[in-house]
Design a protein around this ligand. Structure first.
Ligand SMILES: [Zn+2]
Ligand SMILES: [Zn+2]
Ligand SMILES: [Zn+2]
Length: 153
């Protein structure tokens, strides 16, 4: 679901949001597209470290702001693990609604299409009087590799 995102798409989204294409932004967009193609997840800190190699003048605050901005623009999806740590993965703009299975051991992320049934949301809204505007749902467990590790201990 992330393979369609290109560096140009990210840079033109920056420009549409009123931001010039700077060398730091290009370096970060290139890194994120490379990670997206590999379906690799990362933290803001990981992005900052990775761009240091090509663009050592990029400040940490800039990297963190860029991750937040790309999340707002719909290019990054935030995933929260059982221990409260957060990672991101690259998604195509206008991607399908999805949730994540997260591994408590190795922090692997597997996107899943499952969600709570619409009827359950309607019942919640009726019982509580809430106008529900969104939800987060993260499913924790151990991936197949990490279950094998547990057996060998
Ligand atoms: Zn996701
Ligand atoms: Zn695992
Ligand atoms: Zn959902």
């Amino acid at each position: 679901m992330s393979k369609d995102v290109t560096v140009d798409q990210m840079l033109s989204a920056f420009e549409a949001a009123g931001m010039r294409t700077t060398r730091p932004r290009r370096a970060m967009a290139e890194q994120l597209v490379a990670w997206g193609a590999k379906e690799k997840e990362f933290s803001s800190e990981d992005l900052w470290h990775a761009v240091q190699e090509k663009a050592p003048w990029v400040g940490r605050a800039t990297a963190y702001r860029t991750v937040q901005l790309l999340q707002d623009l719909g290019f990054l999806d935030r995933v929260t693990f059982a221990d409260g740590t957060e990672r991101y993965h690259v998604v195509a703009a206008g991607h399908e609604h999805h949730h994540h299975l997260t591994c408590e051991m190795c922090h692997r992320i597997v996107p899943v299409e499952a969600c709570i049934a619409p009827a359950a949301f309607e019942a919640m809204a009726q019982q509580s009087g809430f106008a529900i505007s969104g939800h987060r749902l993260e499913i924790f467990g151990r991936c197949p590799d990490c279950q094998d590790d547990a057996h060998s201990c």
